[in-house]
Structure formats: structure tokens, C-alpha cells
Design a protein around this ligand. Sequence first.
Ligand code: HAM
Length: 403
Amino acid sequence: MINSLRGMNDILSEDYERFTYFINTATHIAQKYGFHFIETPLLEETALFKRSVGESSDIVGKEMYQFIDKGENDVCLRPEGTAGVVRAFIQKKLDKAGGIHRFFYHGAMFRYERPQKGRLRQFHQFGVESFGVESVYEDATMIIMVSDILQAVGIGYRLQINSLGDTNCMPEYRNGLVNFIEIHEDKICEDCQRRKVTNPIRVLDCKNENCKIIYKEAPKLINNLCSSCQDDFDKLKQILDANKITYEIDTNLVRGLDYYSKTAFEFVSDNIGSQSAIAGGGRYDRLVEFLDGRPTPAVGFAMGIERLMELIVMPEIKREGYYLGAMDEEAVDLIVTLTHKKRKTAKVTCDYKAKNLKNHLKNADKINAQFCCVIGTDEMANGTIWVKDLENKTEYALSLEDF
Ligand code: HAM
């Protein structure tokens, strides 16, 4: 027997209902915020992710599904959605056109991680990216949108925010941090020794217990922001307060991707185990330029759909549509003809086998149909169909014409 690959799941039945319910709800909200759908390819040039997510990140360094295709191109399955959207934004010359462009997307992402609960190798994100707005109001809008989506599907959360500074304040802070790391170099883990060279601020997000204790004493970027970053961070807090969005400031929140500056945020849930991040995002004002576009401020987020699945509170399922069945072999043709006619205007399921009434009622109930409609010998003779409304518990016969 051939099974699906490790960390890659099928989505069907009740899970599929939840999955589509989430996407539909999030889509509706993103559209209300003025965002438009964008679909980008699953496969991109590897260089795109190296230059955006960053070579020092775990995602690019360890987790890419990377291969050489038949045309000798170095390609990989997208590990996240932002890089592809930015590439499309530049390729369509929207950076040159100027103005504001807001996109949302959903789809599969691939990371060769060690699978565990809430951590898959193929998982799905719902994300949005906004281009052309420098104002921190847009950062706050992103956070409020995530909060709206989570609220709409009945999920509670904790929000963590931080500022990662910009080209003014980050370099000086980075030097200070490197000095601190050098003092403690013999006590930190091997990964952090590597990070010191590739991307020092990533040490702050190290999961090693020993490192965590050491970095408690490390200089904090939040205490070293330039006035523009400090003003934006203060404004962000003020907007969140005004909108009654509670948050925690996590000075070690650096995010796992290299493209962020200024606002960084993560939504976590305490009800799903160790993989608790359910959404993450932030501002990435330099990325368009890094990918050879005209400098364009940008901000966005992505939510991990699989991590939300079991938390989603589904609305009460309403009975809908028709179930048609024959009680006599001779009525099957008629049932099938009526099914195809009725399907032009309603959801209709039919059974091709003749069965007794009890079995038909059971089947109709199982698929949540509102009407169970059957034809037996009597109905055949009278030109009628027997209908039971399973919602209102009424039953009656209708002429085939009226039906
Ligand atoms: P990210 O934090 O890497 O950000 O991923 C966003 C969300 O995807 C996470 O919070 C988590 O819920 C989910 N996720 C990540 N990895 C896995 C996995 N292996 N299995 C299941 N779920 C996972 C990004 O991807 C950025 N592109 C977000 C962004 C958009 N920033 C700006 N715009």
C-alpha cells in the first residue's frame, strides 16, 4: 500500500468542511478590507527565497524542497507566500506604477521540518500582503484583520508584538548585540555561534534553554530604537489600545524570516500544544528593493490553517437540498431524470438503487438533506412523489409537475 509522505496530509470530510469554512470566512473579511486575490506558482526559482527569506534562516538553510528541474533550473517548492507575491508585484511592474496594492492568497507551503502535532511538511496558509503604505496604521490594520478573522471563527489568542528597527537603528544595535555575544561565546550553542556571523539578532529566538538564560541579559532593540521607529511603535500600541486589542511586548520576537523591519507580530494559542504560533507577520519595507524592484513599503501576515483547524467553532449545520430515492426498481429512471432537472436550481443527491422508505430516510438524514423524496409503485401509478421535510417534520405528496 502506498501512503502519503510524512508530514503531508489529505484533507477530506469534516476536516474539509472546516478548511473551506475558514478560507471562505477569511476571504470575506480580506475582501471587506479591500484586498484582492492573487495566485502565485507553487514552484519558484530557489534564488527568490535565498534573497528574501534569507540564507541564514532555518527555512532556507535546512527546510527547502529544492531540486534541479529537467531544464537544469535550481527551483524549490515555496516555503512561504510573501516572496512569490513580491516577485509577482515587481514582475507586473506594480512597483513602477506606484499607488497602493493589496493582495490576499491561500495555498500549500512546503517546509522539510520534523513533523509533529501542528508542524507539517505540506501545510496551508492564508495570507495578505499590502504594498505602498508607509503608515503604521496599515500595520495596525493587519493585526486587527487577523483578530477579526480569528474572532469570526471563534478562536481566542494572545498577541505578541515587537519592533525590529530599521536601517537607522538596527546596525548600531546589531554591533552592541555582537559584542554581547562575543563575551558569552564559549557558553552559547553552535547554532548561535553561526548566527553571530550570519544574522546575529536571530540568537534572540534560540530555543536552547541555556542560551535563553544568557540572552535575558542581552541588550534589547526596543530600548535602542531611533525616533522614527519609536514613534511608529508607540502609535501602533496606541491604535491597538483604542481598538481594544490586547497585546504583550516580546522583545525577543524576531521572526524566522530575514525580511522584516519595524513591526513584527505573532498570534499564539495556548490550546494547541508546543507549535503555538497561529499567525505571524510584520513590515518588510526593504524586500521589494532587495528583489530589484523600486523601493516600496510593505506589510503582511500569514495564518497557518492546519494549526487553526481543531480550534475553529463551526456554525450550526443547516439541512439543505433534496435526497431522491426509488422504492421500486422501475422508478429508478424517473428518479434520475428528476434529479438532473432539480439540480439546475438546488443541491440534490440521489440513490441509484431501489430501497425501502426507512433506508432512504436514514440516507437523507445522514447527508443533512432537508427533503427526502421517494417514488414507489403507488406514486408511479398516480404521477406523484412523496416528500418528507426533515426540518419541519411534515410530509406530503406532490404531483411530478409541481415538484
Ligand atoms: P511564518 O511565521 O513562517 O510567516 O508562517 C506563518 C504561519 O504559518 C505560522 O504562524 C504557522 O501558523 C504556520 N506554519 C508555519 N510553518 C508551519 C508548519 N511546518 N506546519 C504548519 N503550519 C506552519 C510567514 O510565512 C510569512 N510569509 C508571513 C508574512 C506575510 N509576513 C509578511 N507577510
